[in-house]
Ligand binder design. Sequence first.
Ligand code: ASP
Length: 289
Amino acid sequence: MPQPTAFILHGGAGVLAERSYDREEAHMAELAETARASLSAGASALDVVCAAVRSLETSGLYVAGKGASPNQAGRYELDASVMDGPSRKAGAVATLEGFISPVDAARAVMEHTPHVLLAGAGAARFALEQGLKQVSDAPSYYTPAAAPDDRAIPTGTVGAVALDANGRLAAATSTGGTLNKVWGRVGDTPIIGSGTWADERAAVSCTGQGEYFMRANAAADVSARVRYHGQSLAHAVKGALDDVAHLGGEGGIIAVDASGAVSAQFNSPGMKRALVHPDGLIEVAVKQA
Ligand code: ASP
């Protein structure tokens, strides 16, 4: 049997019952088709997740990249991370200001520094040195994607996980953070193990109330449950999400494992998502399955 491939992306936990998500659904379906084609053409899981997250960032449809919302000080501070399963190399940026694609900056940290996480002004200087594209007309570049939301910590993030034809797993996540966040606030998204994780067993990307995902170390917990408990991927994702819920948090988790199993679960009101199953079937959804 050929090595299976699989892919999932999310466009953030939390959807509004009265709003139409037709544009997001069409966009996510397109990205899923692109990912499926790239994976069957032999692209690496790392390239596929970064390309998907970059498209999610630049679309302006989700609370990440162009769709990010300002913090309480009116500044656009963005977080992103990426992790490569086979090497367990990882890169991340936190409170990055002024760049089109935070995930590209995260990948540059992984590939061109001995570090994992750069933050603030130093991250911006590094991104500039790397020649990454800047936002030239902030704040008008940003088109906050989030409609009014009355949850205690309204959220929105994008992420992707993939298994490629060589059996490699990778995950990437990018966010504008939670709405109305305090200046300098960093959530789970750029914290390896909390918002993003990939190793030889599973690739995981989280979305939701980051503070709870950090306290649960949710992304790494999925792989730990597989490793130490021998749980199935779906079981492990449910266990990690239950732990977040136990702390009072809400959100969602997407994950793929080395066998091609896929799982997308959430305890929030909906999660924008698209899955490419190992048989090639594409599933796009926003609300409860
Ligand atoms: N987890 C992100 C954060 O806390 C937000 C989100 O997923 O919507 O920054």
